[in-house]
Design a protein around this ligand. Structure first.
Ligand code: S3P
Length: 181
């Protein structure tokens, strides 16, 4: 675990943003963490879909990626967050506009880090709802993830906490965050 990015002041940081590549387990872990801590769970991809009444795949097809990035930036900023919340974010969100700075200014950011091959194995069956992965299989899927991760790592690694997504449990994360001593 790397907590060198700064001291975590829990009195001010009651919003916990989970970031990481598609398939890193942000939603699953986020739900569990929120339940343990009695926090509200918010899935920003889901908020966006509710707002436009379209799936993300449909939105990409109709309006393209640039429009999607702008919309996800707006959803990040305009969602009315409760004081205490665990928030899962879309895999690309930290890498566009100043979204990473905004999240760090408004909460604690946790990066769930996983190797490309592990992500590819997990994603092989979840591609339909993920427009960036459609038509990519096997080695081509691994290569795509390696390349995208390399591009995104600079952003992801600015998180307050970088955690090994493979071994991380909600209980462990609660402990790292200082809620379960
Ligand atoms: C994306 C990740 C997706 C979703 C969109 C784009 C990305 O979210 O926001 O398909 O660019 O990595 P998940 O990480 O929740 O799959």
């Amino acid at each position: 675990m790397d907590r060198s990015a700064g001291k975590i002041d829990l009195n001010n940081d009651m919003k916990i943003f989970l970031i990481g590549f598609m398939g890193s387990g942000k939603t699953t872990l986020g739900r569990k963490l929120a339940a343990r801590m009695n926090y509200e769970f918010i899935d920003l991809d889901h908020k966006l879909e509710q707002q436009v009444e379209l799936s993300i795949a449909e939105y990409f097809t109709l309006f393209g990626e640039d429009a999607f990035r702008k919309l996800e930036k707006d959803v990040l900023r305009r969602t009315p967050y409760p004081e205490n919340a665990v928030i899962s974010t879309g895999g690309g969100l930290p890498c566009y506009y100043d979204n990473m700075d905004w999240m760090k200014a408004n909460g604690t950011v946790v990066y769930l880090k996983l190797a490309p091959k592990t992500l590819a194995d997990r994603l092989e069956n979840g591609k339909e709802e993920r427009p960036l992965l459609q038509d990519k299989h096997g080695d081509a899927l691994v290569a795509f993830i390696e390349q995208k991760l390399a591009e995104r790592e600079n952003f992801y690694s600015q998180a307050n906490i970088v955690a090994d997504g493979l071994s991380l449990t909600a209980e462990k994360l609660e402990e790292i965050l200082g809620f379960n001593n």
